[in-house]
Design a protein around this ligand. Structure first.
Ligand SMILES: Cc1cn([C@H]2C[C@H](O)[C@@H](COP(=O)(O)OP(=O)(O)O[C@H]3O[C@@H](C)C(=O)[C@@H](O)[C@H]3O)O2)c(=O)[nH]c1=O
Length: 162
């Protein structure tokens, strides 16, 4: 199968989506983000970062050649998360998956290489996203090229955010 230009709605093979539990008590809440006994060793994080995205603003669409992303959306805002499978070898090549995640639905989302991804803050607050990828950004000591294909500026891109 060649790279699709059109997508149908569905669930993407190898994308893992899990609810994150908040343990609430009188002080506030605590949530586990990842555990080595619950993750496939191939996607074990090697670094982690937080980003803040302002209301109405989107990041992506991007994809990675080798890196798996491990996103956690906990709030304080909500995000619309877009995923497109254009891996020719995937059983769900040509599928687009949309998720809503954040304060009203805390989720962990694992995005494998070759799955194009983007998210928009659809809430009214600044939104925090945690990511713990299984590859170092720009490699050891940041001496390698960044593993990222950016589709933001691509003319006629099929990866559109509504
Ligand atoms: C991802 C990353 C960025 N940076 C730096 C580079 C740059 O100066 C600044 C902002 O990075 P970017 O422009 O790449 O950020 P951005 O374009 O928002 O990229 C993000 O988009 C979403 C959709 C994703 O999937 C993330 O994995 C990430 O790729 O942070 C690091 O130092 N380490 C990192 O791990």
């Amino acid at each position: 199968m060649s790279r699709p230009r059109e997508f149908t709605k569905g669930k993407i093979h190898d994308v893992v989506v899990r609810p994150l539990s908040k343990f609430l008590d009188e002080r506030g809440w605590l949530a586990e983000l990842f555990r080595s006994d619950e993750i496939d060793p191939q996607v074990m994080p090697v670094m982690a970062y937080l980003s803040m995205t302002q209301p109405g603003v989107a990041r992506g669409p991007h994809e990675h050649l080798d890196q798996t992303d491990y996103f956690c959306f906990m709030g304080p805002s909500n995000f619309k998360v877009y995923l497109w499978d254009h891996r020719p070898e995937s059983p769900t090549c040509g599928v687009r998956q949309v998720l809503y995640a954040g304060v009203d639905s805390p989720l962990m989302v694992i995005v494998p290489p070759g799955v194009v991804h983007a998210y928009r803050n659809i809430g009214g607050d600044n939104g925090i996203v945690f990511n713990a990828p299984n590859r170092l950004y720009a490699g050891e000591s940041k001496k390698s090229p960044v593993d990222e294909i950016r589709h933001e500026e691509e003319a006629g891109s099929p990866f559109c955010l509504d």
